[in-house]
Design a protein around this ligand. Structure first.
Ligand code: C5P
Length: 229
């Protein structure tokens, strides 16, 4: 059986970094489910599809031609959409905002469901998203809901964008994060919320290293007790 670790939470809570670090150190696979929703938005924009056109957006989600390839020079993962490398578009705020619009459409979510579940292959999977523990992997061995204050999340996002050489404005970022949180939490389809059996971890004021260590400790406990489902 594949051990699944679900990491959910709002934007800027550190899920991406924490998930990547955990997957690397455990030697497990990584599912960045947010990237799939971002890719649907990017593909829709490329084709000039109206964001109100549910049928076309669903077709895009179902037929998404995407490949995550490890760059030859190192560990860096590169994302190819329809044969084109699109990493420079993936992390922008426009892509994040478009993603949250398409992600509110139940048909789009349904079209991406099996693709996400297919990532669960041995030895294990770290699944990063909003509904990993509630919808995609309800039987996950460990569910973590990572959160942090809105202020801290906006600062982290700001730093992250700057480090990637992207332009960022703190105030605009804070507003965008809040709008996205609202859209993600209030939508009818798979709203952002902790699973009843999730461990809610508030990372405000806690460094990434410590968060990773805390989660690793829990996983070690699960693996050594043979509790893995
Ligand atoms: O995590 P990331 O910022 O890449 O996610 C972008 C958007 O995709 C989120 O704001 C959310 O609307 C959507 N998403 C989702 N379900 C997931 C992952 C992301 O609805 N499992």
């Amino acid at each position: 059986m594949t051990t699944v670790l679900a990491i959910d939470g709002p934007g800027g809570a550190g899920k991406g970094t924490v998930s990547k670090r955990l997957a690397e150190s455990l030697g497990w696979h990584l599912l960045d489910s947010g990237a799939l929703y971002r890719l649907v938005g990017i593909a829709a924009r490329k084709r000039g599809v109206d964001f109100a056109n549910v049928a076309q957006l669903t077709d895009i989600a179902r037929d998404l031609d995407v490949e995550f390839r490890v760059a030859e020079a190192g560990e860096l993962v590169r994302t190819w959409l329809e044969g084109e490398q699109i990493d420079h578009l993936l992390r922008t705020e426009t892509a994040g905002s478009d993603a949250s619009v398409v992600a509110a459409i139940p048909e789009v979510r349904a079209a991406l469901l099996q693709r996400q579940r297919d990532f669960a292959v041995p030895p294990g999977l770290v699944a990063d998203g909003r509904d990993m523990g509630t919808v995609v992997f309800p039987d996950a061995d460990l569910k973590v809901f990572l959160t942090a204050s809105a202020e801290e999340r906006a600062h982290r996002r700001y730093k992250q964008l700057k480090e990637q050489g992207l332009s960022a404005n703190l105030r605009a970022l804070r507003e965008e994060l809040q709008a996205r949180d609202r859209r993600d939490s209030e939508r009818a389809a798979a709203p952002l919320k902790p699973a009843p059996d999730a461990w809610v971890l508030d990372t405000t004021g806690i460094g990434i290293d410590e968060v990773v260590a805390m989660i690793r400790e829990r996983i070690a406990g699960i693996l050594s007790s043979g509790e893995s489902k």
